[in-house]
Design a protein around this ligand. Structure first.
Ligand SMILES: Nc1ncnc2c1ncn2[C@@H]1O[C@H](COP(=O)(O)OP(=O)(O)O)[C@@H](O)[C@H]1O
Ligand SMILES: [Mg+2]
Length: 230
């Protein structure tokens, strides 16, 4: 790992307590972590250890109930909803295991959504170029249900990348794909990171993916465990 520049994500004793049926549940128990500009961080750990929850905090999709979460120097824990939504749209791309495409929209429309919300004039031209970049230019008019899982994830990647986010967050993006499609998605994801110099945080179970990260952090029961040996 080379020298990292500015800190892009900075968590200080970040905590997450959610209301469960049997009372409050402590999901994240004080996470302190910095991610540098251009760094790729892998998040690993057993199921239920809090990996997805931590990614949601980093993406401003879930608000920490304690501590601080700074993204690009801005405190996501105190930002009002409108600003947070705009900040996310401008700076974050998120990819989920289950694609999260809008089923009533074509591939092109799905990719154009973030640009349209941002009021970009040539949203559909840019969305088309982004679909081309993931090899799906000819599927622009297809709906998610008409595409394979691998294709849907490529659309989701294009949607995440279309705003040129400084921060890319991916939660087990290959978890629902077979080996060949998973490998293709990972190559696209790392390619995006390289082309745009984005910071990438990747939740993964796969050892070979963790090996491609600059650094790996292991979560156990809502806390960061000992560093994984290189
Ligand atoms: N909305 C929720 N309410 C209560 N508990 C939740 C909620 N979401 C997740 N959890 C719990 O938080 C813990 C961490 O979940 P998660 O972040 O999804 O872990 P991982 O991604 O590592 O599998 C788990 O014990 C899970 O059951
Ligand atoms: Mg998870």
């Amino acid at each position: 790992m080379g020298l990292m520049g500015d800190t892009v994500l900075s968590l200080r004793d970040a905590r997450l307590v959610l209301d469960g049926n049997a009372g409050p549940v402590e999901i994240l128990k004080g996470i302190t972590l910095d991610v540098g500009q251009g760094e790729t961080l892998g998040l690993v750990g057993p199921s239920g250890s809090g990996k997805s929850s931590l990614l949601m905090l980093m993406g401003g999709l879930e608000r920490a109930t304690g501590g601080q979460v700074l993204a690009l120097g801005q405190d996501l824990t105190t930002m009002d909803e409108d600003r947070l939504a705009r900040f996310r749209m401008a700076n974050m791309g998120v990819v989920f295991q289950s694609f999260h495409l809008i089923p009533t929209m074509t591939a092109l429309e799905n990719v154009a959504v973030p640009l349209e919300l941002a009021g970009v004039a040539d949203a559909f031209d840019r969305a088309a170029a982004e679909l081309d970049a993931v090899g799906l230019g000819r599927r622009a008019g297809h709906y998610p249900a008409q595409m394979s899982g691998g294709e849907q994830q490529r659309v989701a990647l294009a949607r995440a990348a279309v705003v040129r986010p400084r921060i890319l967050l991916a939660d087990e993006p290959t978890g629902n794909l077979d080996g060949v499609n998973g490998a293709a998605i990972m190559d696209l994801l790392f390619g995006l990171r390289d082309r745009h110099g984005a910071t990438l945080v990747l939740v993964t179970h796969a050892r070979e993916l963790a090996d491609r990260c600059d650094r790996v952090v292991r979560l156990v029961d809502g806390r960061i465990a000992d560093p994984v040996p290189a």
